[in-house]
Design a protein around this ligand. Structure first.
Ligand code: EPU
Length: 419
């Protein structure tokens, strides 16, 4: 297993380019299954999770080839309709093939993802939504079997809380349903917008992009397309926070600044100098003040940046209160940050962080527990004094493309070594 060795206490300087968004690439790859033929997707990050999605698609009969950041996918002949446990257990977003398979084949068998490091994460909203569209679902031997009874038919689907992949699955199942589907309390994350743009380009009729009320007029069929994955807003935010934590002056290029409204506001409140260009941010780290955050569905503060923001607050002046409202177990990084000397108290879904001086937080041996927790440890290690060893970094490789190389280019002393 690989681990990271980081010598902290160095400022970051220079330019870094953001990759395509993992959480947009996954549904957009899955969407190619709806329309038989040749699809071309640009700006697809090469990550453990995108590779897993391509493996799932291969088991269904798709053929693909990567050339740089462009992926050609042919979905003419589907030979299966099953996403096996071996793949779903490594990436729960494999359930995103359910919607496309129901639209194309009228049947899908997908392993039910178990709980994960950040919470139980059920898929009951997805299944209830499919049932509204005329799908029968049963659970046998750990697998969800979903079959369309007669036709997929338009209906009203309401989410108790906005679900990102739930909204994406229902959108993909409803584009070729008979009649009109209304999705109420839909997720408004930009990744959903990226999927809507792709589906509309394929010939779908989806209205209400960026709102929580989506209308889908079913069409007879969709056609293959060429399209581009949006920049990764969570990777962008991770680098913004890293610069704020270490100090320095960095230009983050190839991003969409309008996708991070809440983070930008919080960074300014924390005293960080941040300027947005058309497709870039310039960040200058200096004195840090504590600020509070509450994670919320978009455009609220993203849960996927909570752990990284907590690492930052460990170095801020004052006391910060962080409230996690999306996942019930997303404080796994706390115990590791405490090993580095951070002063954090957790009470249920609330963490209280008393900021310390940079020299009071020291490198240590820590363990990555999930993707974003790993990023938070990297940030803490970059800003802390001395050497940190982070083990189990395969989590990091699920969602950050070339993070070690990108940070090295900014002047960080970070190396991957075999354990
Ligand atoms: N929920 C249910 N039932 C469902 C679906 C969701 O109770 O059927 C609950 C969840 O447990 C959670 C809330 O609804 O409390 C919202 O979860 P959501 O469904 O939006 O999460 P997701 O679609 O499974 C995506 C991202 C996550 C990100 C969340 C929240 C992808 C592939 N994954 O997950 O990304 O944290 O939205 O924004 O898009 C990550 O990249 O590190 C990551 C975990």
């Amino acid at each position: 297993m690989d681990k990271l060795i980081i010598e902290g206490g160095r400022e970051l300087h220079g330019k870094v380019t953001v990759s395509g968004a993992k959480n947009a690439a996954l549904p957009l790859l899955a969407a190619t299954l709806i329309a038989p033929g040749d699809h071309i997707l640009h700006n697809v990050p090469d990550l453990r999770d995108t590779r897993t999605m391509l493996k799932v698609m291969e088991t269904l009969g798709a053929v693909w080839e990567r050339n740089g950041t462009t992926i050609w996918v042919n979905t003419t002949n589907l030979t299966g309709a099953e996403a096996p446990y071996e793949l779903v257990k490594t990436m729960r977003a494999s359930v995103l093939v359910l919607g496309p398979l129901l639209a194309r084949e009228g049947y899908a068998r997908v392993s039910l993802p178990g709980g994960c490091a950040i919470g139980a994460r059920p898929i009951n909203f997805h299944l209830r939504g499919f049932e509204q569209l005329g799908v029968e679902t049963t659970l046998t031997s750990g697998y969800v079997e979903a079959s369309v009874k007669e036709n997929l038919r338009g209906s009203v689907v309401y989410f108790d809380t906005p679900s990102v992949t739930g909204t994406e699955n229902i959108l993909m199942a409803s584009v070729t349903a008979k009649g009109t589907t209304i999705i109420k309390n839909a997720a408004r994350e930009p990744e959903v917008g990226n999927l809507i743009d792709m589906l509309n380009l394929m010939g779908a009729e989806i209205m209400g992009r960026d709102s929580d009320f989506l209308t889908v007029n079913g069409v007879d069929n969709l056609k293959p397309v060429e399209t581009t994955i949006m920049p990764d807003r969570i990777e962008t935010g991770t680098y913004i926070i890293a610069v704020a934590a270490t100090g320095g002056d960095v230009e983050i290029e190839g991003c969409n600044p309008s996708h991070l409204p809440s983070l930008v506001e919080k960074m300014r409140n924390a005293g960080v100098h941040i300027e947005a260009g058309e497709s870039s941010f310039t960040v200058k780290g200096n004195g840090l003040r504590s600020v509070d955050i509450r994670t919320m569905p978009y455009p609220g503060f993203p849960t996927d940046l909570q752990a990284q923001f907590m690492a930052l607050m460990c170095f801020a002046e004052g006391v910060s209160v962080i409230h996690e409202t999306i996942f019930e177990n997303r404080f796994m990084h706390v115990a590791e940050l405490q090993r580095m000397g951070a002063d954090i108290k957790v009470d249920g879904a609330t963490a209280i962080i008393k900021g310390k001086k940079r020299e009071e937080i020291c490198g240590a041996q820590v363990m990555a527990t999930d993707l974003r927790a790993s990023a938070s440890l990297v940030i803490a290690a970059l800003a802390a004094q001395g050497k940190t060893e982070i083990s189990r970094i395969y989590h990091l490789e699920r969602g950050y493309e070339n993070m070690v190389e990108k940070l090295q280019k900014l002047g960080a002393v970070i190396n991957k070594v075999r354990e």
